[in-house]
Design a binder for this molecule. Structure first.
Ligand code: BGC
Length: 354
């Protein structure tokens, strides 16, 4: 476990990098700039390590324009329609940064603020703990919000992310992590031949602004059915209205669950390396995003240009635009309540395909 300098922001603020390493060689590095995952090295069955997270070689890249590589997004992951919602009879107007909508917290979301950070180790589990206080009215959201995000790495190759928050006024909240994974290793081509399984009978179809229509659509007989492991690229270019709107997969899945505990949301496999990622969560949904808007303009690690669909995200979350959909599980947090969610990335491997 190490803490290193990670350079200074354009404004001269000193930034740190926290690196956790377990005895199998799994390594995760997190910066307190946006609480972002900067490195995620995992072994395959032959013990070969690859960095499976898209990102940059230095802080400068993260400060520049980029689609939330590795970031914690908040206060509200994904979109709020027209940047407006009402709570207790009062209408709130948010920063709009995605056409007429508010996306991933607004203009300066949790991905672009400086968190306080520290590391801790107990019983073989290494932790990077990041905290941030978001002021009442920040990006238009009500309430002073105290947030903590803890990344824990254990020797069984689980990376657990615990999210906690409290508020002093009623507000809405939906925090997630926006890492782009490529199980072949970042920069190693697209993710279209990787295999995905998603534990969901339904997804939330969207309109042309990628706002949920409110319908929970049955995946049966559609290219959205990932209940059995399916090659990501096998149907991605089908003439399906929802795939056309998303330019690929960019949809929230309604996870099959009973109760509020951890369930497996998704499992991805890269057959040539055998690398496996399982995502478990206490959240009701997961956004499966296939990097459709990546366009090669970001020069990433080792000067790799990240072209379309060279990474996928599995953003565990409440459904997009829930504050305007009373029929969706609530994202309201009130004073005296504790926001508490957990997501686990299980880094595994199987024998590579021949
Ligand atoms: C959204 C996409 C968006 C991407 C990067 C995803 O969570 O669903 O529509 O392009 O984040 O901003």
């Amino acid at each position: 476990m190490t803490t290193q300098d990670y350079g200074k922001t354009d404004k001269g603020e000193a930034i740190s990098l926290y690196t956790l390493r377990n005895r199998n060689g799994v390594e995760i590095a997190i910066t307190n700039y946006g609480a972002r995952v900067v490195t995620l090295k995992t072994p395959d069955a032959r013990g070969r390590l690859a960095d499976i997270a898209l990102g940059f070689d230095s802080l400068k890249g993260y400060e520049g324009p980029n689609p939330y590589f590795g970031a914690i997004v908040g206060r509200y992951g994904n979109r709020i329609a027209k940047g407006k919602f009402s709570l207790d009879g009062k209408e709130y107007t948010l920063a709009r940064n995605n056409g007429e909508n508010s996306l991933h917290g607004g203009l300066v979301g949790f991905d672009r603020v400086i968190w306080s950070g520290k590391t801790e180790e107990s019983n073989g589990v290494q932790k990077a703990i990041l905290t941030y206080t978001s002021k009442d009215g920040e990006e238009g959201y009500p309430g002073t919000l105290k947030v903590s995000v803890t990344y824990s790495l254990s020797n069984n190759d689980d990376i657990q992310i615990d999210y906690l928050a409290t508020t002093d006024k009623a507000t809405v909240l939906n925090i997630t992590n926006h890492t782009y994974f490529n199980l072949a290793g970042q920069g190693n081509g697209d993710i279209l031949s990787q295999v995905m399984q998603i534990n969901a009978d339904h997804f939330t179809p969207v309109d042309s602004g990628l706002i949920p229509t409110g319908e929970l659509k049955d995946v049966t007989g559609t290219p959205f059915d990932f209940r059995k492991p399916t090659v990501i690229g096998s149907r991605i270019n089908d003439k399906d209205e929802q795939l056309v709107l998303g330019k690929g997969y960019d949809h929230n899945y309604v996870l099959n669950r009973s109760g509020n505990g951890l369930v497996m949301a998704a499992k991805a496999v890269d057959p040539p390396s055998g690398r496996v990622l399982e995502v478990w969560t206490t959240e009701p949904g997961v956004q499966f995003y296939t990097g459709n808007f990546l366009d090669g303009s970001a020069v990433g690690k080792n000067a790799n240009n990240y072209a379309q669909r060279t990474g996928f995200c599995l953003e565990t979350q409440h459904y997009p635009d829930s504050p305007n959909h009373p029929e969706f599980p609530t994202t309201v947090l009130k004073p005296g309540e504790e926001y508490k969610t957990t997501t686990v990335w299980k880094m595994r491997f199987v024998e590579p395909a021949k």
